[in-house]
Design a protein around this ligand. Structure first.
Ligand code: SF4
Length: 314
């Protein structure tokens, strides 16, 4: 039987970013150097496939430090942790490796500087996301104000409108964040921006790639975890760019192929914590049902790499 044709527009860049790659390498190298078990506080990155792969090698994932026994190495996830977690680890004399992405650390440093300069800091981000919990937990004098959307930016109450600064989560929608910032700047013209954009290169590039292909697609699939912020944003960007049929799935087995009925051009991308093997798995699953042509839509090349903690390289 002849298979119907399907063109897959494959977004580039997609998938792993330098921060995720570094975090996974830290756990793998810790397992190699110290032997299992290595405890990891929170999912090292938001991807079940990655987490299960590391579990097979001897990593144990927990949510709180108190679940980690004495005398075993601990790793803190790529999303960053509140200062209180470092303090507790020091107090307990734990040996820990910090896998916080350097671009998240940059946001923490900005927030410190703003606090030191006496500003009240606003964080644009999503309540409850581990990165937001970690960033809000950097403050030592007064809590950050969290703004999740334009509506909240319109009604936010601040201490002194002339003594404000903001930072953002690294994995937000570039366009939605620009709108929120515009509202804040209109209401508080003297608000200080971060020195350099907080939304990271990987988030920006993956969204740009989706924008480049969304209007040409009948449907868009984003491979990523339901709790992955940047993956959710990619599906939203697809919809906002005119590809209403945009979904986020963890892997090929989650796709009901009737969803592709009538689709001739399918956009395909992956969030920054989703490995390429899951993209290829989806393409292979499509090839069983369609005569597939893959077309690369690459908007830029990435060559970012982050160094590893010295404890693992010496
Ligand atoms: S998405 Fe951006 S901030 Fe998050 S780990 Fe990757 S590079 Fe770092």
């Amino acid at each position: 039987m002849n298979k119907p044709p399907l063109t897959i527009l494959l977004a580039g860049p997609r998938g792993f970013c330098a921060g995720v790659d570094r975090a996974i390498r830290i756990v793998e190298l810790a397992l190699k150097k110290y032997g299992p078990p290595v405890y990891v506080r929170h999912e090292i990155v938001h991807n079940r496939y990655v987490v299960e792969g590391l579990e097979k090698q001897g990593a144990i994932f927990v949510e709180e430090l108190e679940e980690i026994p004495e005398n075993v190495p601990a790793v803190f996830s790529a999303h960053g942790v509140p200062k209180s977690v470092f303090a507790e680890a020091e107090e307990r004399g734990m040996f820990y490796l910090d896998a916080t992405c350097p671009l998240v650390t940059k946001v923490h440093v900005d927030a410190h500087r703003q606090e030191r300069d006496g500003s009240e800091t606003i964080l644009i981000g999503h309540a409850g996301h581990p990165e937001v919990i970690g960033t809000m937990g950097q403050m030592t004098k007064r809590p950050m104000l969290l703004v999740e959307n334009k509506e909240q930016a319109e009604t936010l109450k601040v201490g002194d409108p002339d003594n404000l600064a903001f930072v953002t989560q690294t994995t937000l929608s570039v366009d939605d964040t620009a709108e929120i910032v515009r509202v804040l700047q209109r209401r508080f013209p003297n608000i200080q921006a971060p020195r350099k954009e907080d939304i990271c290169y990987a988030t920006t590039n993956r969204q740009a790639a989706v924008k480049a292909l969304a209007s040409r697609c009948d449907a868009l699939i984003v491979i990523g975890a339901p709790n992955s912020s940047n993956s959710n944003r990619l599906a939203e960007v697809g919809k906002n760019q005119g590809c209403e049929k945009s979904i986020l799935i963890e892997r090929a087995a989650d796709l009901d192929f009737t969803w592709l009925d009538g689709v001739q051009k399918l956009g395909l991308t992956a969030g920054a914590s989703a490995p390429e093997i899951l993209v290829q798995e989806l393409i292979a699953a499509c090839e069983e049902k369609f005569s597939v042509t893959v077309e690369d839509v690459n908007v830029t090349d990435e060559d970012v790499e982050f160094s590893l903690p010295r404890a693992l390289t010496s």
